[in-house]
Ligand binder design. Structure first.
Ligand code: 5GP
Ligand code: MN
Length: 323
């Protein structure tokens, strides 16, 4: 940590990046880090390849996030947030990896240890929890806007303090964030209390798609591009839906098969799916995802696969029968 503190104090121009299809921890961490470095007088660019989900746009600093990485800009340091592997930053990866110093700040079990410096804590509830400690070490005052970002990262990554990564630090830090003047109701309302009608209709289709397999040990939810078109929703509206499949009694493994958009179709003509995996703790889904080239946490992981839907389903069922 000391070497990272020294390095950050001496850096001038930094690019901060998080993963594609960002969640609350990705956006919360990106904006909190941006605010902290601004307080230290640093020049920063905030990068995320995907659009910022509407529900996180209330966070201060999201308007500064760009989806276009300008390769003519030069930075002395890149900070990669909430990414288990470096490629998760998406299209700008090839450019960002040329930055002189790379700092990897993350909490995924499958983190590859990339970069020149790492702060990887797999016991942390969220990347935002790690940032809280970093800001303390940097002696940066945590003002309400930054506190809102940190709180949002922990609140969303713990599933509102329900998932198994909910730890003492999550409560202690969030208590301190509330004490610093941020409003937890504002976060809850923005993130979970202002869904479009289309998103609720998508929930209906998602619930209807759930099938059980392997004698009820696995639940499979399927979301197609057609369902998004029908409800006029975006991929960001899928966030959290898999938790319904996970909640079913006796289910050990919940799977969400999400057909990806046209732009992300592979050249081989096969359809591309994002597969999200969730477990009740008995099954290590990070390990399963890693065998497909993905990663994540023991109880929440994912990967992409180019294959027809029927083949993916068959692979999942075969896998689940061994559980
Ligand atoms: P989700 O199911 O929401 O896409 O992802 C669940 C968890 O797995 C998140 O922590 C996410 O960062 C991680 N994850 C999802 N897809 C991938 C992937 O393709 N590669 C890696 N390394 N992690 C992933
Ligand atoms: Mn996270």
């Amino acid at each position: 940590m000391k070497r990272i503190i020294n390095h950050l104090k001496n850096s001038r121009r930094l690019v901060l990046a998080t993963h594609i299809n960002p969640d609350g921890d990705a956006i919360g961490s990106l904006t909190a880090m941006g605010l902290a470095l601004a307080a230290l007088g640093k020049e920063t660019t905030l990068y995320c390849a995907s659009p910022i989900p509407a529900v996180y746009r209330f966070l201060t600093g999201t308007t500064r996030i760009t989806g276009q990485y300008d390769p003519s800009e030069s930075y002395d340091t890149a900070i990669i947030l909430d990414c288990g592997d470096f490629e998760r930053v998406g299209p700008a990866y090839a450019n960002i990896k040329e930055t002189a110093t790379i700092i990897n700040i993350d909490h995924h079990d499958t983190n590859t240890g990339f970069g020149d410096f790492q702060i990887v804590d797999t016991a942390a509830s969220a990347t935002a929890e790690i940032l809280y400690r970093l800001f303390k070490a940097l002696d940066v005052a945590i003002l309400p806007d930054m506190a809102t970002s940190i709180y949002t990262g922990i609140f969303t990554d713990t599933g509102s303090f329900r998932f198994s990564n909910t730890n003492r630090a999550a409560f202690a830090i969030c208590e301190e964030m509330v004490a610093s003047g941020m409003d937890p109701y504002t976060v809850a309302q923005n993130v979970y209390g202002t869904y479009s009608l289309g998103r609720i209709k998508l929930l209906n289709l998602a619930l209807d798609s759930i099938e059980l397999a392997a004698g009820g040990k696995v639940s499979i939810m399927t979301l197609t591009r057609e369902m998004l078109a029908e409800t006029r929703t975006q991929p960001e509206d899928i966030d959290g839906l898999i938790n319904y499949a996970r909640r079913i009694e006796d289910v050990k493994l919940a799977v969400l098969l999400q057909e990806l958009e046209n732009g992300s179709q592979p050249a081989n003509g096969k359809p591309r799916f994002h597969v999200s995996l969730r477990s009740d703790g008995g099954v290590d889904v990070a390990e399963i995802a890693a065998t497909f080239g993905g990663g994540g946490h023991k109880e929440a992981a994912g990967f992409n696969i180019d294959s027809p839907l029927g083949d993916i389903r068959a692979q999942i069922v075969r896998l689940a029968e061994k559980l």
